[in-house]
Design a protein around this ligand. Structure first.
Ligand SMILES: Nc1ncnc2c1ncn2[C@@H]1O[C@H](COP(=O)(O)OP(=O)(O)O)[C@@H](O)[C@H]1O
Ligand SMILES: [Mg+2]
Length: 228
């Protein structure tokens, strides 16, 4: 059974690397446009949960449903096609393509989805402005600060107007002022485009940005009151 009206829902996810389980019966669901903060100690399974939800890692057992699709039944090609059109990703260290300018980095996912270069760059410029980094378009990732890089990474994740944004400790390498600003920009932009956000974070004030908080502990998901 998947929770009524959810966009993305996982049930009973198990995934082991060697003898210890990374996920041990994890359940999760998120509604369209909802921002869910995922907390939990290091090694508890947060990244593995995100990777299973996004169809990057196939769980040993359990199911992931996304809209009408059962992600866990799809082949690699179908899952990567879905990821390109429907999902956006932000990681702890931007993972921008170092050889491309920041503008080209943001335009890249649009190009991959078939948008023509001029139009992709026009949209990319708008996203950079929205993330308050319109000045860095011509620079390469190695020439800008960590905070600017994460803003570019958020612009890239949102440029294709994904239905779900997966953000894995996107502010983990930033000072708290930059971190809070990036989270504000990310969640505001996601709300404006009705994208759901699965946000792994250790930010203390995360409740200000999220609709709901969950905790991953020993490969299982609990709500903030400690219930399953
Ligand atoms: N690719 C992998 N190979 C081996 N072990 C892994 C791999 N990914 C995660 N693990 C292990 O699974 C557990 C959960 O990891 P992870 O999901 O990265 O936790 P978190 O993101 O909460 O820190 C840890 O014990 C980690 O060492
Ligand atoms: Mg992690």
């Amino acid at each position: 059974m998947t929770p009524e009206g959810s966009l993305l829902a996982a049930e009973g996810l198990c995934k082991a690397y060697g003898p210890t389980p990374a996920l041990d019966g994890a359940d999760f669901s998120i509604h369209p446009g909802e921002v869910v903060a995922v907390m939990g100690p290091s090694g508890s399974g947060k990244s593995t949960l995100l990777h299973c939800l996004a169809g990057i890692v196939r769980p040993d057992s359990g199911t992931v449903r996304y809209g009408p699709h059962t992600l866990t039944d799809l082949g690699d090609a179908q899952r990567s096609a879905l990821r390109r059109t429907d999902f956006g990703f932000v990681f702890q260290f931007g993972q921008l393509v170092p050889e491309l300018t920041c503008l080209e980095n943001v335009a890249l996912p649009l190009r991959l989805n078939g948008t023509k270069r001029k139009e992709a760059e026009r949209q990319a410029r708008e996203w950079l402005a929205r993330l308050e980094v319109d000045g860095v378009g011509a620079q390469r990732p190695g020439e800008i600060s960590g905070g600017q890089g994460q803003r570019v990474a958020v612009a890239r994740a949102l440029a294709t107007t994904p239905r779900v944004v997966f953000a894995d400790e996107p502010t983990g390498a930033l000072d708290s002022l930059n971190g809070e600003r990036v989270l504000t920009l990310l969640t505001d932009a996601a709300r404006d485009t009705n994208a759901a956000v699965v946000l792994v974070t250790h930010e203390a004030r995360v409740a200000a940005y999220s609709d709901r908080e969950i905790v991953v502990r020993d490969g299982r998901v609990k709500d903030m009151a400690g219930r399953i």
